[in-house]
Write a protein that binds this ligand. Structure first.
Ligand SMILES: *Cc1c(COP(=O)(O)O)cnc(C)c1O
Length: 367
């Protein structure tokens, strides 16, 4: 590293979060002028062929990474995942007699359900509130309404650190998943999903763009009376160019996708790295459960957000202050739950996780 990049800390921010250094370097290199195009990505029409090529390449890269079949569209929208909390039920739930099942494994799932209630009939299929969202539902506790329009789940609860690493069996009911904080962390069996949405700023790029992957038959569900922007069909019919899309954010997502394909070698390789990285931290929690008390139960642990508490608030404060001195930044837990949260997304280097692991052992030994 040289220049400003030598000042970079290990950034455990939950989002917007760390990006791969080669991606930032390319953004910097090409910011004044995209090679051969005469203008920068920030100054180019979204109808310019150079941008359309970037858009197409981003879609093609995502299709390749995730093995997305032809009968799914990939959309680039704005409004973040929170807009999807509303847009999904507006499109799939409005209308007579429809109901949707929501699986609540944490704060984000609960927020999604709250917005869906404004749009139609919602059934809570499972709610982990009783144990403060520290676990996933075992199959025996799940039963779905076979006539539901969809089953909504949050693949990774960013705040509590609870993650689905395989899909629950929902029969013929399509899964709609909020994959905001673990999109591209592992291969996904796309055929099990009707719709996937993910704001980019956790694991896939900068803030400003939300990726939606939607199966063709679900595109038909939105009523023509919906406002244009809020109907998935507007965006699908115009290849995400119905209005001006977030061009810069899409460009950075493309660079992240290229990084995953070319530098990492695809999502299986990324997944192996993520499992290994998370294991380094969970090992420390498991060797000293009195000192580092993990929030998530073992079989529900996230490989993206490792959440834990220390014996008391003063010790947590001292931990965070000392971590900052060692350039291990942004480890404070979400304001609603407190404690510590180490977000170790795809772009967090293994060296960063090793540095945190070593610090955790040292800090404990010094108490
Ligand atoms: C961050 C996050 C959101 C909210 O995303 P916005 O882009 O801020 O609307 C929703 N769901 C999950 C799982 C998240 O991690």
């Amino acid at each position: 590293m040289s220049g400003e990049s030598s000042q970079r800390i290990y950034n455990f921010s939950p989002g917007p979060a760390v990006l791969p250094l080669p991606v930032l370097e390319q953004v910097q290199r090409d910011l004044l002028c995209l090679p051969g195009k005469g203008v920068s990505i920030l100054e180019m029409s979204h109808r310019d062929k150079a941008f359309i090529d970037i858009l197409d390449a981003t879609q093609a890269g995502l299709r390749k990474l995730l093995g997305i079949p032809e009968n799914y569209k990939i959309l680039f929208l704005q409004g973040g995942s929170r807009l999807q909390f509303s847009m999904v039920p507006m499109n799939l739930l409005r209308g007579e007699g429809r109901s949707a099942d929501y699986v609540l494994t944490g704060t984000w799932g609960k927020s999604a359900q709250k917005e869906a209630l404004r749009e139609g009939q919602v059934r809570v299929a499972w709610d982990g509130a009783a144990t403060k969202y520290d676990r996933l539902p075992p199959a025996a506790e799940l039963s779905f309404d076979p006539s539901a329009a969809y089953v909504h789940l949050t693949s990774n609860e960013t705040i509590e650190g609870v993650q689905f690493l395989c899909e629950p069996d929902t029969g013929n009911v399509p899964i709609v998943a909020d994959c905001s904080s673990d999109f591209l962390c592992r291969p996904l069996p796309i055929e099990k999903y009707g719709l996937i949405y993910a704001c980019a700023q956790k694991n896939a790029g900068p803030s400003g763009v939300t990726i939606v992957i939607i199966r063709d038959d679900l595109l038909a569900a939105g009523a023509d009376s919906l406002p244009g922007y809020l109907n998935f069909r507007s965006h699908a019919d115009e290849n995400s160019l119905w209005n001006t899309p977030p061009t810069f954010a899409i460009y950075v997502v493309k660079l992240v996708v290229d990084w995953l394909l070319n530098d990492i070698g695809g999502l299986s390789a990324m997944y192996d790295r993520n499992v290994e990285k998370a294991g380094l931290l969970y090992e420390v929690l498991d060797e000293s459960p009195q000192f580092y008390k993990g929030h998530a139960q073992r079989d529900s642990r996230s490989i993206m957000n490792v959440t834990f508490r220390l014996p008391d608030a003063d010790t947590e404060k001292a931990f965070l202050a000392e971590a900052d001195r060692r350039k291990l930044g942004n480890l404070k837990g979400h304001r609603s739950v407190g404690g510590i949260r180490a977000s170790i997304y795809n772009a967090m280097p293994r060296d960063g996780v090793l540095a945190l692991r070593d610090f955790m052992r040292e800090f404990r030994a010094g108490r």
